[in-house]
Design a protein around this ligand. Sequence first.
Ligand code: PLP
Length: 415
Amino acid sequence: FDALEAFDPDIAGVLLSELGRLRSGLQLIASENMSSPAVLTALGSTLSNKYAEGYPGRRYYGGCSEVDKAETIAIERAKALFGADHANVQPHSGASANQAVYGAFMSPGDTILAMSLPMGGHLTHGTKVSFSGKWFNAIGYGVDRQTEDIDYDEVERLAKEHRPKVLLAGGSAIPRTIDFARFRAIADEVGAIFWVDAAHFIGLVAGKAIPSPVPYADVVSFTTHKVLRGPRSGAIVCKEEHAKAIDKAVFPMMQGGPQMHTIAAKAVNFKECATPEYAQYATQVIANAQQLATSLGERGIRPTTGGTDTHLSLHDLQGIGVTGADAEKRADAAGIVLNKNAIPFDPAKPNIASGIRVGSPSVTTQGMGTEEMKLIAELIHTAITQGDGDPEHQVARDVRAQVSELVERFPAYPR
Ligand code: PLP
């Protein structure tokens, strides 16, 4: 860091102020986390310099003996961690991993059946603004109006009607565990590939805190930076019969040279995931998310589906008469970072939204437990019902003072 600071104080300053931001507030974005110094060390290493197109032992460049070791370790650890036949650790991100899955199993014009974005899916699951909706025929399923959980009967009906090449489960705002056996049965009924995008919850699977999609799915893609707590990146695990197709789709179909420093960081993260401490963390992530959902619900901030089985809850703000956009702004002013989110059947526009999404990974990484979640729920409620989005407002100041006291007890990246 000293060399950076001496040469480029502007960027060194940003690095320091971002660390300060992380340390001073509460990070409740469900897709974020704080990876370990070991992971960050691998990320900031000389492995970033190396070109290594291809796979271990089959590269298009010389000098790959050392990075081959890193990638082989990452692959073997991923396979062991998830009980998978095959792993590809080269995708640069979740979207890149998903692109490769499309590349492996679909041709332009083919049909995919996936959860629609407003119901909890992801952009890459067939929205019109993404390659996935432009190049493929994407059919969207949603949630049941009553339970607000995935409408499995609708999935089955749409699968029979549209006979998709690929059936996709997973999304970005699904508080409940997914019935993978039911999805598998539907995929088999119509002869579809069953793909799970486990980006959000794979960290809970790694910690053995929720059921794994790996035994059921043909292919599982995921990000490595959410609950999993690794570097910002992606990966894919699949059945042996799809190994070649997936590898070819990642490179050379969709990507060029792999980022070897990130692959090394993924290997470090997979090792962390196999420890008893990690399993404890994963269990606590869920306990904390459940407590947050319950405590917010008790204050009239209703959790959709009635709660959560995972690391995130989605809350309907209509009962307290606040929009998602206002809630996000008011929380932010009070030192609490969360995001507005559409709720199922949301009457508001997506950039306003009627809900917020709240996640427990970061605060759990900081060591907080259910008692702290009760306090956080109270602070969120105060900030979004009494604040006005101005950081100088007395309510924002008061909440920030309590946030400061809390994060002092549970520091991010302790000194
Ligand atoms: N898939 C899901 C379900 C996600 O939630 C996300 C990111 O939020 C992605 C894919 C994309 O990941 P990335 O942002 O790394 O491209």
